[in-house]
Structure formats: structure tokens, C-alpha cells
Design a protein around this ligand. Structure first.
Ligand code: GRF
Length: 218
């Protein structure tokens, strides 16, 4: 049987890049059938860019100049993305809000990871807000990107218990450790053709993910 070609990825980062590293390791060990073709950051000082270089990955910085508007930035980003072929765009701590036009161009081909159990705690400072609200549970969500921020169809979530002694830092560390498991896992499923976004909903092995989740909760 002829195997599928590896899923080619462009990973967009702004920070540490620990998710990018986890995905790169999963690609390198062959645990997922994917390859990172490009790592793009909007910040030249992002530690993840240095880490990507150390891993031998192709890197690019598309800086958003203080004067440049979003349109100019996205045109630059589009040019950078066009330099390499990729099937999927993976947002991994990319701290720019992308326009609906940009997002729509990659509909069904762009993923994000958000540090909360969406639809709860969209936006920033999720760990702090979860602690302040006295939640017992927190986590991370991998979702397809749609124009509305942090609102795209969810593929997989990791649940993390909030411990009484947790600080923002300890909670974040545990949530991030779970991110490093679920993000490569979802990319692996997509690479195998097991997960797709069709008609605005996520399908897993031909079943609606929402149905699977509801069945699992029963
Ligand atoms: C992660 O916690 C992710 O959920 C959020 O940004 C953070 C990125 O971390 N979107 P890293 O750069 O992958 O280490």
C-alpha cells in the first residue's frame, strides 16, 4: 500500500515555541506523519525562533513594524507562507489576531491551541482568570481557526485539575505539558485523514466529534 505523503506544516509562533518543539519532536520520531516546512515568528526575539533554528528548521521572521497596519502585515505573512508548500497552518502561541479575510483563505487548514477549556475563558490571561474564579478544572483546547477569536470548532481538549496550592505559574506549566500531548496528537490524526472540518463541524473517523463527546460524557 502506498502511504500518505507527510502533512506539511507552517508553524506560527511569537514566544517560547514549546508547542512547536513538541510538534517537531513528534515529526522527527515518526509518531506523526507530518513535517514542519517553516516556522514563522512576528518577533525576531522570540526564543522559539532560536529553538527552531537549533532543530534545523527553516525559520522566518515577519516583523510587524510599529507603523504597518494589519493589512500590510498579513500581505507580508502571505508572501512568507507562499515560499514553502504547506497543507496546514499551525498557530502555536502566535500573538496576533488575524483578519477574517486571512483566516477564511485557510478555512479548514488552520489550527490553534488555546489554554482553556473553550468555550470558557477565551482571550488572554486564562490561568490567572481561572484561579481568580476559583475553578476546580482548567485545560487546553485544540480548535480549527475561524474568524471569531478562540471560537472555532474544537477537536480535542485536555483537562487539568486546579490544585489548592496552584499559582499562575504552576497551573500554566501543567496546562502546557498537556498541550504538548494534544497538539501533536491532533496533527497526527489530520495527517492520517481521521480528522477533517466539513460543513463547519469536526468529523473524527466519519463521526461528528460533538456526538462522540456527548456519548463519552454519558
Ligand atoms: C500556549 O500556552 C498556548 O496555549 C497559547 O500560547 C502558549 C504558547 O506557548 N496559545 P509556546 O510558545 O508554545 O511555549
Amino acid at each position: 500500500m502506498i502511504g500518505r505523503a507527510p502533512l506539511s506544516l507552517a508553524v506560527l509562533i511569537s514566544g517560547r515555541g514549546s508547542n512547536m518543539i513538541a510538534i517537531a519532536q513528534a515529526c522527527a520520531t515518526g509518531s506523526i506523519n507530518a513535517s514542519i516546512e517553516q516556522v514563522i515568528s512576528d518577533l525576531s526575539a522570540a526564543p522559539g525562533i532560536a529553538a527552531a533554528r537549533d532543530l534545523g528548521l527553516v525559520t522566518q521572521v515577519t516583523a510587524r513594524a510599529a507603523s504597518a497596519d494589519r493589512e500590510a502585515f498579513e500581505a507580508e505573512l502571505t508572501r512568507a507562507l507562499a515560499e514553502r508548500a504547506h497543507d496546514f497552518i499551525v498557530l502555536a502561541g502566535f500573538m496576533r489576531i488575524l483578519s477574517p479575510q486571512f483566516v477564511t483563505r485557510y478555512a479548514g487548514r488552520m489550527l490553534n491551541i488555546h489554554p482553556s477549556l473553550l468555550p470558557h475563558y477565551r482571550g488572554l490571561h486564562t490561568h490567572r482568570r481561572v484561579l481568580a474564579a476559583g475553578e476546580r478544572e482548567h485545560g487546553a483546547s485544540v480548535h480549527f481557526v475561524t474568524p471569531e477569536l478562540d471560537a472555532g470548532p474544537i477537536v480535542l481538549q485536555a483537562r487539568v485539575r486546579v490544585e489548592p496550592h496552584d499559582t499562575e505559574r504552576t497551573l500554566m506549566a501543567r496546562v502546557q505539558a498537556s498541550e504538548h500531548v494534544i497538539y501533536p496528537k491532533v496533527i497526527g490524526w489530520i495527517a492520517e485523514g481521521r480528522v477533517v472540518l466539513r460543513d463547519g463541524v469536526v468529523w473524527f473517523d466519519g463521526a461528528l466529534v460533538e456526538d462522540l463527546r456527548a456519548a463519552a460524557a454519558m
